[in-house]
Design a protein. Structure first.
Length: 298
């Protein structure tokens, strides 16, 4: 689909520039929360994100390259192009966003998240569970999203605006296994799809130190929530180099001082979703690996 329109790039840049597009020209587009489009300006193509919000307006993300080459405040003839490939991959993008804002919200409440809690999502990645946590809080409390990936944290900030969420704080780390939060300051901590990661310097698993850090930052009766997947546990080794099992992970957590509470089904592994190769092959949400969330009480 190709849409042609004339518009003016905003003259003020507040860091993340979203330009509203005229309704009459864009109403024929699929009303997906986000989709990739090609924006053609002055005969040059730019790959951009296009967002749709409940106010019936599409917003085009003006990239850094457009700001540099076209300029703020410029009156432009703009062509938007959607491709067949975009239309194929948009389904899973939409399915993921729907999961984050509906199913994940209910899963997080099953974990034990309640209004006014402070949540730490350590190793949050692109915030698939961060968004569900924030919504489960029902506009109260706070979710602290912690990761070493600046790009991922910026995407969380974008989704905050998309869904009108205002209770997320992002913290960038350098990949260390310490959690830069005060003692007994958090009600729930998520360690999802992270325990298999190894220390860059020693090659050892970060898991043991993360369990201790989680115990330190959690309040009394706070919840440690973990989510591991078969594909990752197969890569985990113990100190004696033997294959680690789910039971070994459970025992290590108990030995730190936690008590097992309950399990929650339907955790989702999003690694394939972030693979351009898998997306090009026509990845479906149903093909993403599933896992069981295990919850422990301090």
């Amino acid at each position: 689909m190709v849409i042609k329109l004339k518009t003016t790039i905003p003259s003020k840049d507040k860091g993340r520039l979203l330009m509203p597009l005229p309704y009459d020209e864009t109403r024929v587009l699929d009303k997906l929360p986000t989709q990739k489009v090609i924006a053609v300006i002055n005969k040059k193509k730019y790959t951009c994100n296009l967002f749709y919000k409940e106010d019936d307006i599409f917003y085009l993300h003006i990239t850094r390259l457009i700001k540099k080459e076209v300029g703020l405040g410029s009156r432009v003839s703009l062509t938007l192009e959607t491709t067949e490939e975009n239309e194929e991959t948009n389904k899973i993008h939409n399915d993921v966003l729907d999961w984050e804002t509906s199913k994940c919200k209910h899963i997080m409440k099953e974990v034990g998240i309640k209004e006014n809690d402070t949540i730490a999502d350590f190793g949050c990645g692109y915030g698939h569970y961060t968004i569900g946590c924030a919504l489960a809080l029902e506009n109260t409390g706070k979710v602290i999203a912690i990761d070493c990936d600046s790009k991922a944290l910026k995407w969380i900030n974008e989704k905050e605006k998309m869904f009108s969420i205002n209770n997320i704080e992002t913290i960038k780390t350098s990949g260390e296994s310490t959690i830069s939060l005060p003692d007994s300051s958090v009600d729930v901590i998520l360690l999802y799809d992270i325990l298999h990661i190894q220390d860059k310097n020693t090659g050892k698993s970060l898991a043991p130190s993360l369990y201790k850090e989680a115990y330190r930052v959690l309040k009394k009766n706070g919840i440690l929530s973990i989510l591991n997947f078969i594909s990752d546990v197969k890569t985990m080794k113990m100190e004696n180099n033997q294959q680690m099992t789910f039971d070994d992970i459970h025992n290590d957590i108990i030995n730190v001082g936690f008590s097992f509470s309950h399990s929650v089904e339907n955790g989702v592994h999003f690694d394939w979703y972030h693979s351009s190769y898998r997306l090009k092959k026509g990845l479906l949400f149903s093909q993403l690996e599933k896992g069981v969330i295990q919850n422990y009480i301090k």
